[in-house]
Ligand binder design. Structure first.
Ligand code: GLN
Length: 556
């Protein structure tokens, strides 16, 4: 069989960061998929960290974990949520990975007799890497998102490699410029900054073929024509990327402007008639659903929403599948700690369900435990993710099993009842990078459990990122007290899931949010949303009954 040669689409950000390059890249990919092409997205991040694993979510947003355990930029989450397939760690290229590779090669004598330089050695490494991803994935298109903005020092050598690639591959490489159109006053669009940014790109030997314009106002004809004239692209290749109610709308908005036929036309390819009908139906459910629920996410990084972006998106997917809008409120657990007891119930009473997501360290932990207790005592649906499962067990140990002072040794090394403790294989770990229990791990669910009902199958695999686990020695005590351990690793050693007998309270050591996609919501999130809706109905019924009793009392 002749080897398939992929085509490459390189997305460059200009003017400023934060324009949503990841969403644009993912949307381009989803559009191509709808036309029958396979895509493999690559992201380059210029930092010298090897991966995201050691970064603080407050500074950098969520650390996204792939099946193979790669800890990477949260844009990979966007790619998977749009493209509905799992991506390999090879698709994440960082400055750290590139430089280590070249330096290791130099030490091994890989460049004997030569001085090692950015051009050609580092740039060759980049081109080989990208071509290999193309070959290994067997995709029709490789999408390359260049992190940062054109003009940054950090990505300059990578962009140079892309220029070389375009020279070598000719028409098989196409550049997309993402830019921002300023409105000085309503209706007064300014394209000059975009023209300057485009000049900067062309000065690097690169000619973008497509320009996508973010803006608060719709792009008008005059602005489109100006960009076309000064940036050397056809007016039909200037696309509007307006403010949207949901990010999932972007593929539809671009397609309305005939994006795929222009893009494929540049590659000499025709767009088939297939369209985004299924996608569009999901987007309508996000925008105009029948039901509404209120969910609280109580974590430590509530000030920075990007820290829990996968949790938020998993809720959006599960809600859309249930024709529901989900209002998310971020509850600062440190505040809960200060407002103990009745006040906590008052603060949490308005939610149809509560999620405690993953986390590290002891800050805000007692507040999270209070939120979990509120759910257990009032039978409010609860979903615990990783740390959220560990704390569900701590709460149960203290309050139901009466193991006073029970804790995770992560929070209290001297606790008399270490219901959560460090994993034995972690004891010898000294390095911080890529040393947690990472990636997809299998779990066997107990038949008849609520977890089994949610997944509808016995064997599952969710992605993990943790160093602590349930202490098996204390499991019998917790089981005696009534906690159900509904999922374990196939060898039976590691507790993966637990649940309460009453209500819908469930938690997992994994991070199911990382595998949730618009077209394939995570089963636990779907179960959670359903439980929230059910609880809401029961409450309405109870209130109606109370009302009619009062009425009866008034009458008689
Ligand atoms: N800090 C806990 C652990 O390392 C939980 C981690 C998480 O929530 N991702 O086990």
């Amino acid at each position: 069989m002749p080897e398939k040669t992929p085509r490459y689409i390189v997305v460059l950000g200009s003017l400023m960061s934060g324009l949503g390059k990841g969403i644009v890249t993912a949307s381009v990919g989803r559009i191509l998929q709808s036309k029958g092409y396979s895509v493999s997205p690559i992201k380059f991040d210029g930092y010298l960290n090897v991966d995201c694993g050691t970064m603080n979510p407050l500074r950098h947003g969520e650390v996204f974990v792939l099946d193979d355990g790669t800890e990477c930029d949260m844009d990979f989450g966007t790619y998977e949520r749009f493209l509905n397939h799992s991506i390999s760690g090879m698709n994440s290229i960082t400055g750290g990975k590139l430089f280590s590779k070249v330096i290791q090669k130099e030490r091994a004598g890989g460049y004997l007799g030569r001085d090692v330089q950015i051009v050609p050695h580092l740039t060759n490494e980049i081109k080989d890497w990208i071509r290999n991803v193309g070959k290994d994935s067997g995709s029709d298109f490789v999408l390359v998102e260049v992190g940062g903005t054109v003009g940054d020092l950090e990505n300059s050598y990578f962009i140079e490699a892309m220029r070389q690639m375009a020279r070598e591959e000719g028409e098989r490489v196409l550049f997309v410029q993402l830019t921002y159109i300023t409105a000085l006053s309503p209706g007064e669009l300014k394209t000059k900054p975009t023209q300057h940014a485009n000049k900067l790109i062309t000065s690097m030997g690169i000619q973008p073929r497509i320009i996508i314009c973010r803006g608060d106002e719709p792009l008008d004809k005059e602005a489109r024509e100006k960009i076309s004239l000064f940036c050397n692209v056809a007016p039909e290749d200037v696309f509007d990327d307006p403010k949207l109610e949901t990010i999932y709308e972007l593929p539809l908005v671009l397609e309305k402007q005939k994006f795929s036929s222009r893009l494929l036309g540049h590659f000499g390819l025709k767009a088939s008639d297939e369209d985004l009908k299924g996608w569009s139906a999901m987007v309508s459910k996000i925008k105009d659903p029948k039901n509404e629920i209120n969910v609280a996410i109580s974590g430590k990084y509530t000030a920075v929403k990007d820290a829990y972006v996968s949790v938020k998106e998993a809720l959006v997917h599960a809600a859309a599948a249930n024709n529901t809008r989900v209002h998310i409120e971020w509850v600062d657990t440190e505040r809960l700690e200060k407002e103990e007891g009745l006040r906590a119930a008052e603060l949490l009473g308005k939610y149809d369900g509560i999620i405690v997501p993953g986390g590290f360290g002891s800050r805000g932990v007692e507040g999270k435990i209070m939120a979990i207790r509120h759910c257990r005592e009032h039978q409010v649906p609860y979903l615990g993710l990783c740390l959220g499962m560990q704390l569900m067990i701590v709460e149960y140990a203290r309050d139901v099993a009466k193991l006073e002072g029970a804790n995770s040794t992560e929070m209290d090394e001297k606790t008399p009842y270490p219901v959560i403790h460090i994993m034995p294989e972690q004891l010898k770990v000294k390095d911080k990078g890529a040393t947690m229990r990472l990636g997809a791990w299998e779990c066997v669910l107990a038949k008849g459990s609520k977890a089994y009902a949610a997944y509808g199958t016995e064997k599952i695999a969710e992605r993990h990122r943790h160093r602590y686990e349930v202490n098996n020695e204390l499991v019998p005590k917790l089981e005696e007290a009534g906690l159900v351990f509904s999922g374990r690793s196939p060898d039976g050693r590691i507790v993966e899931m637990c649940e309460w007998k009453e209500g819908w309270g469930m938690a997992t050591q994994g991070h199911p949010e990382l595998k949730s996609r618009l077209e394939a919501p995570a089963p636990l999130f779907a179960g959670f949303v359903k439980a929230c809706l059910k609880g809401q109905k029961e409450q309405e019924k109870a209130e109606a009954e109370k009302g009619s009793k009062r009425l009866e009392a008034d009458v008689f």
